[in-house]
Design a protein. Sequence first.
Length: 291
Amino acid sequence: MTWRCTGIRWSGGRPAVGWTADGRGERTSPLVYGAPLAFAARGERRCLGVRRAGKRTPCPAGAAVPAAAGNAQCPECARLDRSLSVAADTNAGDPRPYRVYLAWFGPGLAKVGITAEERGAARLLEQGAVSWAWLGRGPLMAGRRTEELLRAALGVPDRIPYARKRAVRSRLPAAADRAGAVAALHAEAAALEGWPQSLERLPCEVVDHAAVFGLDGLDGPARTGTAMASGGAVAGRLAAAAGPDLHFSDGLVLDTRLLAGWELAAAAGRTTDVPVAALPSEGGARQDGLF
């Protein structure tokens, strides 16, 4: 049975690497900041199928996925996954309560979104939100209308590229300033008219994830891993994790979406030899261990 990486999973406010065995099982390996990691990809990167409600349906074709693709799915599985997502608005009658949130990733980088209430803060952790606050709760479509209203009124985008998030993580303002930025946007949103009556407005209670992510230990410019390849290795000491990203102490940032679909093996004593690039806005330790 082959276990393939599924990327980072945030559970209980802590990061872990997820694994799947062709739909026959799921497991996670907790990540610890300061611990060594060394792993190499082997075989061929494969589609992970579709995961819904905690269950994964394997790709019927077992299709290969390009090494540099940000999503470990073939076109058919990606299309099905998209059709089942909240973002696609294909289930307007979903009876579950939803929450509208305000997420802040760095100066000038904020967005508004929605998530199922039962998921708690998981969506904010998955996106790498440094500071955030709830705005309201209610039915799905009321949350969606509020999301669109606030995006237009506050002038915030519906998504922020991870490259922009990564570029500011090592030089964030102080926690009080982060909280103040979120509180100011929350107050601006709360003062707007036109909120759906079925959406309950929530008070501003700012949550900060810098400590959860381990961002206080980041320092200096970073370079990003751009792809994995069969035999390619990553070795170093884990400094932080935010959203899907692993930050190593030597400045390497690896998006674990690039690891998804690969079978990973321990690579004791190996040095990093994956392609890397400097972050757009920014101008190999040898260790043992596997997640």
